[in-house]
Write a protein that binds this ligand. Sequence first.
Ligand SMILES: Nc1ncnc2c1ncn2[C@@H]1O[C@H](COP(=O)(O)OP(=O)(O)OP(=O)(O)O)[C@@H](O)[C@H]1O
Ligand SMILES: [Mg+2]
Length: 248
Amino acid sequence: MADIPLSVRGLDKHFGGLAAVQNVDLDLRPGVTTALVGPNGAGKTTVFNLITGNIPADAGDVLLDGASVRGLQPYQIARRGVARSFQDLRLFGRMSVRDNVLAALEPAPWLWQPGGGGARRARAKAVETALERTGLTAQADARAMDLAYAERKFLSLARILATGARIWLLDEPASGLDPNSRARFVALVRQAVSEGVTICLIEHNLDIVTELADRIAFLDRGAKLAEGEPQEILGDPQLISIYFGEPR
Ligand SMILES: Nc1ncnc2c1ncn2[C@@H]1O[C@H](COP(=O)(O)OP(=O)(O)OP(=O)(O)O)[C@@H](O)[C@H]1O
Ligand SMILES: [Mg+2]
């Protein structure tokens, strides 16, 4: 288990009478991109919220390199190298693009602390590199709220990139992107994977899932119904009819 960067064991979450996540197991292995696929309300985002500590689980556990994160706060889990994007982006609209990325990082040390100046320079460099890789350098001083939709999606990725996190949880990162931005997004994710990032992706666009995912975990009504290679899952008529909401 220690060689699996992130594993989820028997996760359960109820909201009142609704079983949002039921006994879900998931392993994110190094260099393997996993897609969480399932109809609206299947529990995909809730699985991310449980992994990142944004909401407490009723039962089950999340292990990072084999060690339980039980009782840790979201910022402590982030510090262990897990970064996420949100379906609704959650940017600071009135802040500049650059400051949005900076805000995703650990607070800067004071200049007079040992190594403080170097750490500040490293942070600034990480921000500029993330802006470059997401194509946002020219908009660094613009307010986030003034960006086009696709640019805001890339800003949420820049915030993840800059942290240097080794595990990325991306919640519908490509929804609403035009074909050109989508291709840039795919290239950006592939580069991250080639650099050793382990990715879990929630995505409704099955073309993107096919392009990026090595594995698919299929969720419905909170339960993982199946897991396997993309062609296996997407070629299963029963799962596809559940996905497209055909009468059962
Ligand atoms: N904080 C909450 N309080 C109450 N119910 C919630 C809460 N969060 C999620 N739910 C419910 O839990 C179920 C799973 O929601 P979740 O957002 O995880 O689904 P999803 O698979 O991400 O769906 P989508 O594809 O539409 O984003 C839904 O029925 C949702 O309404
Ligand atoms: Mg969701």
